[in-house]
Write a protein that binds this ligand. Structure first.
Ligand code: SAH
Length: 213
C-alpha cells in the first residue's frame, strides 16, 4: 500500500479512537480529519502522524497528542464567531485545528524557529485565519484584546495576570497546569471577573518558559 493510503487508513482509525475516548463533538472530529497532521511533523516521524502520540518537532519541543488536542479543543467550547488566543504555537497543529472552528486564531511562540516553520505551513495549507507572533505568550497579546477563548499548550503553575485579564467576561481558558508533581488539564471560566476552575485529565506537556529564544 502507498504511504498515502496507509496514512488515510490510520487517520480513520484515529478518529474512531478519539470518538471512543469521549470526543463527541463531530465538528472537532471533522476538523481533525481535515488537517494533515503529517505536515506538522518532521519527515522521519511522518509514518506515525496518525498514531495517538506526542512526537518531537525539534528545538526540544513536541506536537501534542491528538487526544489532548481534541480534548482541549472540546473543553474550550468554541463557536464560529470566536477570536482565540493560543500560547505555545509549537508545530502549529493545534492552531490549524482551531482555525477550522473559529473566526480567527492568534498564536504566540517563544522559539523563533518554530514560529517561522508554523507560519510557512499555514501558508502552504492556505489557512488564512491564523496570525502568528514570536514573543513570550505569558504577556498575552494586548493589541487584540479581548479574546473569547485562550488555550495554553505548555504546562504552567499559574496563569499570568496579563493573560487572565485578556479574556472576555464569560470566556474560557484551558491550560495544562502543574500541580503536586503532575500535570492536569484545567478549564477556567471567567465569571464576573473571577476565574473558576474545573479539573480534567492528567497530561504531559513541555514546560511554559518565560522570555524568548
Ligand atoms: N500547540 C502545540 C504544542 C507545542 S508544545 C502543537 O500543536 O504542536 C508547547 C510550545 O509552547 C513549545 O513550542 C514551547 O516553545 C512553547 N512555549 C512554552 N512557553 C511559552 C511561552 N511563555 N510563550 C510562548 N510559547 C511558549
Amino acid at each position: 500500500m502507498s504511504t498515502f493510503l496507509v496514512l488515510d487508513v490510520k487517520k480513520i482509525r484515529l478518529i474512531l479512537e478519539l470518538r471512543e475516548s469521549g470526543i463527541s463533538d463531530s465538528k472537532i472530529l471533522s476538523a481533525i480529519e481535515k488537517i494533515p497532521r503529517e505536515k506538522f511533523i518532521p519527515e522521519n516521524f511522518r509514518n506515525q502522524a496518525y498514531d495517538n502520540l506526542a512526537l518531537p518537532i525539534g528545538d526540544n519541543q513536541t506536537i501534542s497528542q491528538p487526544f489532548v488536542v481534541a480534548k482541549m479543543t472540546q473543553l474550550l467550547e468554541v463557536e464560529s464567531s470566536h477570536k482565540v488566543l493560543e500560547i505555545g504555537t509549537g508545530s502549529g497543529y493545534q492552531s490549524a485545528v482551531l482555525s477550522k472552528l473559529v473566526r480567527r486564531v492568534y498564536t504566540i511562540e517563544r522559539i523563533k524557529n518554530l514560529s517561522i516553520k508554523a507560519e510557512n505551513i499555514f501558508k502552504e495549507l492556505k489557512i488564512s485565519n491564523i496570525v502568528t507572533k514570536y514573543a513570550d505568550g505569558n504577556l498575552g497579546w494586548k493589541e487584540q484584546i479581548p479574546f473569547d477563548r485562550i488555550i495554553i499548550t505548555a504546562a504552567t503553575s499559574s496563569i499570568s495576570k496579563e493573560v487572565a485579564s485578556q479574556i472576555h467576561d464569560g470566556g474560557i481558558i484551558v491550560s495544562p497546569m502543574v500541580q503536586e508533581n503532575k500535570q492536569i488539564i484545567v478549564r477556567y471560566k471567567k465569571i464576573k471577573n473571577v476565574l473558576r476552575s474545573e479539573i480534567f485529565d492528567d497530561v504531559l506537556f513541555v514546560p511554559n518558559l518565560s522570555g524568548t529564544q
